[in-house]
Ligand binder design. Structure first.
Ligand code: TTP
Ligand code: MG
Length: 361
């Protein structure tokens, strides 16, 4: 029997700040850009569940968040602290099963098939994971348990915060049938519109549909989705899965600028930060991408790929300056710049550290 856990921390960045400042407990806490009295740029990274009651959510413009919740506690993110906390949490999760795959900063899958022989036992272990993380790290998480990764993921989101949701195969259809189809990993806002137009609104509509019809109407995505809701997502929890395919950073200027020395120095600053992390993790790359956004949101990306893997800060800046050239005579002010390094390779030969640590470079 397959037993997969999906673990997801509750309002992660906000939870860390609340842990470190008990005054914030039970308050709407918003982590993100400085709201500057409602005039700030940038977005909400996350917010506490109290803040969500006011309609706030990740990726909402910070100015809107301020309007909806002016009395909230607005904090700048402290990424080093979140990264450190994430590592502590992941170490604990990983100690429950060696078949462990971290996804992003606050999620991980565990394959518990060799460790549990029933879902009742799985529930006890899930509680233990929650307790140990709460005792040692001081934050909560929600855990979904099912026989496949995607159902476990849907389950972890079902009863947040601090929830445990077990979905046995025989209960799967009942559990899913009334949910909106966007709960399924693989259906986003765009495909939702297409599915809705074709009469598919709830997951139940998919469960009832014969496979061949889903395939005919919705192609590969339809096949995938049908498999997911019928418990046939057989993807393994990959122990050495290099989830992270790129590392990037971008910065918005406080004031739009056409001063290229300011733009280049911002790019240098971004480049330094990325390289500090890459060096620590012994990661190399082949593709360099410049992102540039002008006033009015016009955005461009330009890439250049090296013949071999490198990790060379100076080279990156040289390439970036070359890529920047075509934009210099645009006579428009720049709002944001960013660098992405992709086609990553981890040098395992020189450093035997667990690959999973690289996911969060
Ligand atoms: P999520 O797990 O999506 O969100 P969350 O942990 O804050 O809340 P939930 O209880 O619903 O799981 O993301 C984890 C962290 O990643 C989140 O705390 C902040 C960061 N993040 C962003 O910076 N921007 C985003 O748009 C999202 C979705 C997350
Ligand atoms: Mg989370």
């Amino acid at each position: 029997m397959r037993i997969i856990f999906h673990c997801d921390l509750d309002c992660f960045f906000a939870a860390v700040e609340i842990r470190d400042n008990p005054d914030y407990k039970n308050k709407p806490v918003i982590i993100g850009a400085d709201p500057k009295g409602g005039k700030g740029r940038g977005v909400v990274a996350t917010c506490s569940y109290e803040a969500r009651k006011f309609g706030l959510h990740s990726a909402m413009p910070i100015s809107k968040a301020f309007r909806l919740c002016p009395h909230g506690v607005f904090l700048n993110p402290n990424h080093d602290k979140y990264y450190q906390t994430s590592r502590e949490v992941m170490k604990i999760i990983n100690s429950f099963s060696s078949v462990f795959q971290q996804m992003g900063i606050d999620e991980a899958y565990l394959d518990m098939s060799e460790i549990c022989n029933s879902f009742d036992q799985a529930e006890k272990i899930a509680k233990k994971i929650q307790q140990e993380i709460y005792n040692k790290v001081g934050i909560t998480l929600s855990i979904g348990c099912a026989s496949s990764k995607s159902i476990a993921k849907i389950a972890s989101d079902y009863n947040k915060p601090n929830g445990i949701t077990i979905v046995k195969d025989e209960d799967r259809a009942e559990f899913l049938k009334d949910m909106d189809i966007t709960r399924i990993p693989g259906i986003g806002k765009k495909s939702k519109v297409y599915y809705n137009k074709n009469g598919i609104n709830k997951i139940g509509d998919i469960i009832e549909m014969p496979f061949h019809q889903m395939a005919e109407k919705f192609g590969k995505n339809g096949e995938w989705v049908w498999n997911v809701v019928n418990g046939l997502d057989m993807r393994a929890v990959k122990e050495f899965h290099d989830e992270r395919k790129s590392i990037s950073k971008e910065r918005t200027f406080y004031q739009d600028t056409d001063d290229y020395s300011e733009i280049i120095s911002k790019l240098e600053e971004i480049n330094d930060k990325i390289h500090n992390k890459l060096k620590k993790k012994n990661v190399f790359y082949r593709t360099i991408t410049l992102k540039i956004r002008f006033e009015g949101f016009e955005t461009f990306t330009r890439s250049f790929s090296m013949k071999s893997y490198i990790r060379n800060k100076r080279k990156v800046i040289e390439v970036i300056i070359l890529l920047l050239k075509e934009f210099r005579n645009k006579n428009k002010k720049v709002r944001l710049v960013g660098i992405k390094l992709s086609n990553l390779k981890i040098n395992i030969d020189h450093n035997q550290t667990n690959l999973l640590q690289y996911i969060q470079v």
